[in-house]
Design a protein around this ligand. Structure first.
Ligand code: ZN
Length: 411
């Protein structure tokens, strides 16, 4: 085998093949050595060097087209530089420091990962799961460890849970680009501390509005660090909250009802949560909903108020929306049904932020979409036990296929 075979089969440039190829149970081992043109000082690039021995590195090479492992046993010279006085191993060019595989091998792994899971790539190449996962992690780190925080104007902040252990991360998303720009530990106010620090006062001043849910944890942090920004509690979260209250009421009524009432309430959840224009007449849904509401006045009140709530976002002005909101809160209070009263007071407490929609019609909906992708990534059970890798995956979630962890073009 010649120097050009080495290049044409494995894309390895600048190396000569030495005699003594070994064929064994653990694959084929080629002995190689760098050509003179690679013998230079790794620090200053000077060729004015003398050799001071060598170091043997065993590197897995691309094995595409081969049925067994290919290892290069490379003897890498150590040089003494007469210009800068460094005494170091030359840059082997075909592999990164401390890695036990060539750059070509890592490239192949990333290509295979577009179609296969980490585990199947490891089995196919007969290497450890850890090696494949570390190649993927390196790639993620190179491309996603830092996202620019410049030009942030409108952001969304939300939490997402990690796996079953009820661990949380806080995600900040740039609503103008749809990119996640920060992932913090936990879901408390302090999860955002590193974000503010990295952002700095100059870039912070450009942020105009922040979409979030009404949970409260991030509000204080945003008020403190971005006092000029408007906080928007978006429609998505408000409607979700109303639906939760409906569900709670339905369950409480179910526990109280006699047999007939229970039969009617059974399976009523989707009827109540559906928007009326989406009811399916062919399945008798409008009729069932009517009977259900006739039977039960608290549920009727809740249902009507839920419909009123949707109108908040459909007014032509903030003033009209505010009027609708006040009316809603009054009705909720008058209903006397605990679930509805509490929904009314949540809305009252957050009214300013809900109405801010009229100045900045943003929503954390895109972030919610990202969260679903993140959850799919977690289910893939790849590396989420390691928080660092998990955060990188969140940052990459938009450009990585969560079902197959398919990295996009790596060049
Ligand atoms: Zn030098």
């Amino acid at each position: 085998m010649s120097r050009s075979d080495l290049y044409h089969i494995w894309g390895i440039k600048g190396y000569d093949i030495l005699p003594g190829t070994k064929y064994g149970a653990r694959g084929t081992v080629f002995r190689v050595a760098p050509q003179d043109r690679l013998i230079k000082c790794p620090d200053c690039g000077s060729r004015n060097v003398t050799r001071k021995g060598a170091c043997v590195r065993r590197l897995l090479a691309s094995q595409v087209g081969s049925h067994e492992k290919i290892t290069l046993e490379a003897s890498i010279p150590i040089v003494h530089c007469k210009d800068c006085r460094a005494r170091k191993m030359i840059d082997p060019a075909i592999a990164l420091p401390k890695k036990s595989y060539t750059k070509g091998f890592a490239r192949d792994v990333l290509v295979l990962l577009r179609e296969m899971s980490v585990l199947s790539v490891a089995r196919f190449l007969q290497v450890s799961w850890g090696m494949i996962s570390s190649i993927l992690t390196d790639w993620l780190e190179k491309h996603f460890s830092r996202r620019g925080l410049r030009n942030l104007r409108r952001i969304a902040i939300d939490e997402t849970s990690v796996g079953k252990g009820h661990r949380y991360v806080t995600i900040v998303m740039d609503l103008d680009t749809g990119d996640p720009v920060f992932v913090g530990d936990g879901k408390a106010e302090r999860a955002l501390d590193p974000f503010w620090k990295e952002l700095g006062p100059r870039r912070a001043r450009k942020i105009r509005c922040v979409a979030m849910d009404m949970g409260g944890a991030y509000q204080a942090a945003v008020r403190k660090n971005l006092p000029w920004a408007s906080i928007v509690f978006d429609r998505f979260h408000v409607v979700k909250l109303a639906n939760e209250r409906i569900d709670r009421l339905r369950r409480r009524l179910f526990a109280m009802k006699d047999f007939e009432g229970r039969e009617l309430l059974k399976g009523s959840r989707f009827l109540l949560l559906k928007n009326p224009e989406n009811l399916d007449a062919s399945r008798g849904e409008p009729g069932r909903l009517r009977r259900l509401l006739d039977l039960n006045s608290p549920l009727t009140t809740m249902y009507i108020l839920k419909e009123d709530l949707r109108r908040f976002w459909e007014m032509d002005s903030r003033e009209k929306a505010e009027e609708a909101a006040r009316e809603f809160i009054g009705c909720a209070r008058a209903s006397g049904v605990p679930e509805i009263v509490s929904l009314g007071s949540v809305i009252e407490r957050h009214m300013e932020g809900i109405l801010n929609h009229y100045g900045d019609p943003v929503s954390s909906g895109p972030l919610e979409g990202l969260n679903n992708k993140v959850k799919a990534l977690v289910r893939r059970a790849y590396g989420y036990r390691n928080m660092h890798v998990f955060k990188l995956l969140v940052m990459a979630a938009r450009v990585i296929d969560p079902y197959r962890l398919r990295p996009f073009d790596t060049s």
